[in-house]
Design a protein around this ligand. Sequence first.
Ligand code: ATP
Length: 265
Amino acid sequence: MNRPYLQIDNVGMVFDTAKGSFTALVDVNLKVARGEVISIIGHSGCGKSTLLNIVAGLTRNTSGVLLLDGKEIDSPGPDRAVVFQNHSLLPWLTVYDNVKLAVDKVLSARMDRRQRHDWTVHNLDLVGMSHALDKRPHEISGGMKQRVGIARALAMEPKVLLMDEPFGALDALTRATLQDTLMDIQAKLGNTVIIITHDVDEAVLLSDRIVMMTNGPSARIGEICEVALPRPRRRLELTEDPEYLRARAAVMRFLYERQRHPKAA
Ligand SMILES: Nc1ncnc2c1ncn2[C@@H]1O[C@H](COP(=O)(O)OP(=O)(O)OP(=O)(O)O)[C@@H](O)[C@H]1O
């Protein structure tokens, strides 16, 4: 890899709790190239969200350094947009205004009113939501709300798109459609994406590399699985692809043999 776009160097996280200090993460090292799609997988409570929040600048790591495009990460910024499992749309604003608000905040210096309007609609179009500009969040489905959340994140033109189980609350069919939408957009725009998932198939389908975390406390990166599948990837064609099956088995073995969850033991 040439100079990594995102570099996570010896990152650790110790929380102060009422019962004393709790070490969530130790020695996390990862280099992410521009345009790479990385998923993070691991058992519940291992520290996936903590790591993502550290990259987002929402949680301050207690040791180590993070660099994005050569600049240290020490606070949240529009260069790192986050999409959460449960949409975080403002209920009193329309679909259009939810995205426009972010566009106005981040791009006012660069775009005039007309351009910001066009950019808002363009990003909603990318996720297939330009037909519902005037709807409010309670009037659209869960999958549509996630689409709007993704449009809002993309519209900020982040250097890294951070996704914390973005499809976790959706039914299987909606989830599959959104995975396809994400892959199409990523192919078009070349986004750098870090996505947390509990779903092995989702991880293999979407990722260039799957980062597998050991169980907490003191979680670290256990293994990294490369997924050498050409893109575009079509889910039906992959079900019997040897590389797909190899990557899937590697992740399953890590999760259910080497890192069998303590509660399941
Ligand atoms: N603010 C905090 N204070 C104390 N402990 C915390 C804090 N945030 C997270 N933790 C602890 O750190 C560990 C990792 O939590 P985290 O939410 O990152 O795990 P996760 O892998 O994302 O879990 P899940 O898959 O269930 O969402 C957990 O033991 C959690 O209780």
